[in-house]
Write a protein that binds this ligand. Sequence first.
Ligand SMILES: Nc1ncnc2c1ncn2[C@@H]1O[C@H](COP(=O)(O)OP(=O)(O)OP(=O)(O)O)[C@@H](O)[C@H]1O
Length: 267
Amino acid sequence: MSAVLAQPQPPAPDAEREVVIRGRGITVGFGERKVLENLDIDVYRGEILGIVGASGTGKSVLLRTILGLQPKQAGTVEILGTPYDEADANTRASIDRRLGVLFQQGALFSSLTVLQNVEFPMREHLHLSSRLMDELARVKIELVGLAPEAAERAPSELSGGMIKRASLARALALDPDIVFLDEPTSGLDPIGADEFDKLIATLRDTLGLTVFMVTHDLDSLHTVCDRIAVLGDRHVLIEGTIEDMLAFDHPWVQQYFHGVRARRREA
Ligand SMILES: Nc1ncnc2c1ncn2[C@@H]1O[C@H](COP(=O)(O)OP(=O)(O)OP(=O)(O)O)[C@@H](O)[C@H]1O
């Protein structure tokens, strides 16, 4: 009997894919100044979405708004099929458990070891023995490619790349469905950044994560992002694949994706 090999399937059309984050009409301002206005965004299950845009266009503000950390003047955010804004405290807490966040500076607690940092969300949300939490945290530390000895180190004893990995281990502590990464490769040398990108892609493939990644890193956009959303003029200017970006006729998008850095990357 001959074996029938599974053929790779083309990605499903967007309309058939599960939307895990749906933002509609998002408007955020500081004083009189609007940073985001009537912004719509969809994030699909299992994708790595890169959020890009000039400095100050509101990428971090968008990430914080989706997470409910930044008040908005208008709009709705639905996460994993539940209107997050309208949810009661219990529902919100159960959604929060399914989200992991890596903030720009890593944001590890400096007075705690790496192990204690990774256990922190577990202590908050899970009712497990210390021994079991230790075991689970050590698995996460291994998963992100840190040596077992790193568990006992303080953040001040880690390199920039190790801090990113430790922060990622903490973001993965509760086995989230979606991880939010704010400029995960900033401050890393090109090899470190490349390794971190590969780690993100491997985790997505093995754990089925959905990744919402704010980035300035052209290499990340080319190598790991399935789709890209460009912020500008207070909304999403364009979303699509890297090929869509290259073909899009907009001055900033052209300059960014065809500019000197892009050409250097291609050389
Ligand atoms: N708490 C705040 N109070 C007032 N203004 C703020 C606040 N947070 C952000 N802003 C403003 O909102 C705008 C968008 O900020 P944001 O940090 O989202 O930009 P960004 O696109 O992530 O930029 P970068 O690429 O430089 O990190 C900026 O002009 C910033 O000054």
